[in-house]
Design a protein around this ligand. Structure first.
Ligand code: ADP
Ligand code: MG
Length: 356
């Protein structure tokens, strides 16, 4: 169902995105694929639906699940558990079990992980086993969803990714990131100091739907459940929520439940979600929110407009270098974008959340 709020897992539930699906399929022979786009744009859905449609075995690791927002750490036990529970979905269970047993890892169902020896050794062993499976039975895509959170791991996983890239030809790495800049910082593909420097990577980028597509998405979703909805309602929803499919899904679902006030409700609930995501920024520096507010209230803002706003609000001038740096971080995290020297907020709900 189109208005299902879980990530889609089947192409029959995936609206549009034919080009991106084909692009992802074509890339599956590469060493490294990056799937990029802001939150709720459909990255996880694209990957799951595409890989399921091919009927191949793959591993899907939701890095958010292994990241603890309070301690800001990534726990290796949790990472291994995620990997193991993903393995249980593989079809060639017996074969997989035998490969894992050969390297001394017992896969128990339901998944329980007890680490013996060094955590990193365990991780290497798992990947060696996956590689072996890939070499014998066809490449195994290994997806790290929202990879940027791995930068909080104390294990130093970048050399590990470089090792997979260089030596494990049975594995295709698929990394997604909502915080595109942070993902790039973590991987360092363009940073001479990084182990991954200069490696070729294949990119699939997801953009919001345009106005027509967004309207078509809502019409199709309502048609699927045989509910008639006025064009004016659809127009209003798209005007307020833009082409971010995650919000459109949410609207569709709420509209089916209560009709009146569905848009407002999406904005309310959505902005609470966004506020949680912005918390991390607040901890880092009070200026981030102020800058976001400046851009949000101006709609589109040039560098000077932002500086004026911050100066007027705080009564003191921020250092130029500081403002540049903070704007860059906001862009890296996908909260704002820069088009023709003007900054704007990428998502109307973020805009709503900071202005509320
Ligand atoms: P991301 O991984 O980029 O944050 P998700 O894949 O979780 O995004 O999608 C966000 C929401 O939008 C989910 O409810 C999902 O079901 C829905 N969705 C994403 N892409 C599509 C699509 N192409 N067609 C229908 N629903 C989609
Ligand atoms: Mg996702």
């Amino acid at each position: 169902m189109l208005f299902d709020t879980e990530p889609k897992t089947s192409l029959s539930d995936l609206f549009d995105r034919e080009e991106e699906v084909e692009k992802l399929k074509r890339g599956l022979n590469e060493r490294l694929i990056l799937v990029l786009g802001i939150r709720r744009i459909g990255k996880s859905s694209l990957i799951l639906s595409t890989l399921n449609s091919l009927g191949i075995d793959y591993v899907f690791i939701d890095v958010r699940k292994v990241y603890d927002g309070v301690t800001r750490k990534v726990y290796i036990e949790k990472l291994l558990e995620e990997i193991y529970s993903s393995l249980t979905r593989l079809s060639k269970k017996e074969y997989i079990r035998s490969v894992f047993e050969k390297i001394g890892i017992e896969v128990e169902y339901p998944v329980k992980v007890r680490i013996r020896g060094e955590a990193k050794d365990n991780l290497s062993k798992v990947f060696e086993a996956l590689n072996e499976i890939g070499l014998k039975k066809g490449k195994v895509p290994v997806v790290f969803d929202e990879t940027q959170y791995l930068k909080y791991s104390t294990l130093g996983l970048r050399p590990f990714f470089a090792h997979i890239y260089d030596y494990m030809k049975g594995i295709t790495l698929i990394l997604t990131g909502s915080e595109v800049g942070l993902l790039h910082d973590f991987l360092g593909l363009d940073d001479p100091k990084s182990e991954l420097y200069g490696r070729y990577y294949y990119t699939v980028e997801l953009k919001p739907f345009n106005e027509d597509k967004s309207k078509e998405f809502l019409r199709r979703g309502f048609k699927e459940v045989i509910v008639e909805v006025k064009e004016s309602v659809i127009g209003e929803a798209v005007k307020e929520l833009d082409g971010i499919v995650g919000w459109l899904v949410y609207f569709g679902k709420l509209y089916l439940e209560r009709k009146e006030g569905a848009i407002e409700e999406v904005k309310e609930i959505g902005s609470n979600l966004v506020k949680e995501e912005l918390k991390e920024l607040e901890i880092r520096s009070p200026f981030y929110l102020l800058i976001l507010k400046a851009i949000a209230s101006l709609g589109k803002a040039k560098w000077k407009n932002i500086m004026d706003y911050v100066t007027a609000t705080t009564g003191r001038k921020v250092n130029n270098a500081t403002l540049y740096r903070e704007l860059n971080t906001l862009m890296n995290m996908g909260f704002i974008e820069k088009v023709d020297e003007e900054y704007r907020v990428t998502d109307p709900i973020i805009r709503y959340a900071v202005l509320k």
